[in-house]
Ligand binder design. Sequence first.
Ligand SMILES: Nc1nc2c(ncn2[C@@H]2O[C@H](COP(=O)(O)OP(=O)(O)OP(=O)(O)O)[C@@H](O)[C@H]2O)c(=O)[nH]1
Ligand SMILES: [Mg+2]
Length: 236
Amino acid sequence: MMAASAPAVPEREALAWAHSARFLTTASRLDQLPVTDLPEIAFVGRSNAGKSTAINTLAQQRRLAFASKTPGRTQHINLFAVGPKDAPDTLFADLPGYGYAAVERAAKLRWQQVMADYLEVRRSLSGVVLLVDARLGLTDLDQRLLAFIAPRVGTGEVKLLVLLTKADKLSRKDAEAALRSAGEALGALATEHADIGVTLFSALKKTGVGDVAVTLRQWVRPLARADVTVDAGPGA
Ligand SMILES: Nc1nc2c(ncn2[C@@H]2O[C@H](COP(=O)(O)OP(=O)(O)OP(=O)(O)O)[C@@H](O)[C@H]2O)c(=O)[nH]1
Ligand SMILES: [Mg+2]
């Protein structure tokens, strides 16, 4: 399902790029996000799926994004700048998870709206990494998120990579079954322009880390320009 494109970036280069990730800013509302031309890659998924851990693992840093056993740990949109120190070429966005039962209903609805708005209006959004616990597979909430971004994925404007996380907790056979069923579910989103991938991932065993870094680097490389800037001003 991956669109054929430019020659692959070497894994070592992609990992060095991901390693450059550093904290940029945090926002609890969309209008607090910096206006930027930098392509943004959002890490989304259910609470506890492993979003923050995946960012740390890709960046090969222990405490860049806050990961925790307690679901609902990430409560803001946290942005990380990636690329050369003086000329970042990409932003990673760590988003709060959805589906955490203990969150008060009003707060849950509010957050769902913020995320829906983010996915809909964030102009610089170039890619979505959807993290799914490999043991649970794509849940209803994940399907709703996919339906929500399907129009922008279908045109190729937004790329999509699904990580089946915590793959270390599955046997090889169950991991392959999880990969197959996620692939089938994602088939419904495929169009001639859609760039959709699905892969097993483990922060513990480092499964998929190099491949994911390469994929993300490929996503933004064609867009990478030296002249883009990050303003501190308000607005999405
Ligand atoms: N075994 C294993 N555990 C993992 C893996 N990735 C994450 N975890 C654990 O899963 C828990 C949740 O990880 P987080 O990265 O905080 O999850 P999150 O998706 O950011 O959660 P929220 O911020 O609440 O939305 C932590 O206890 C992690 O250590 C993995 O690949 N393997
Ligand atoms: Mg988190």
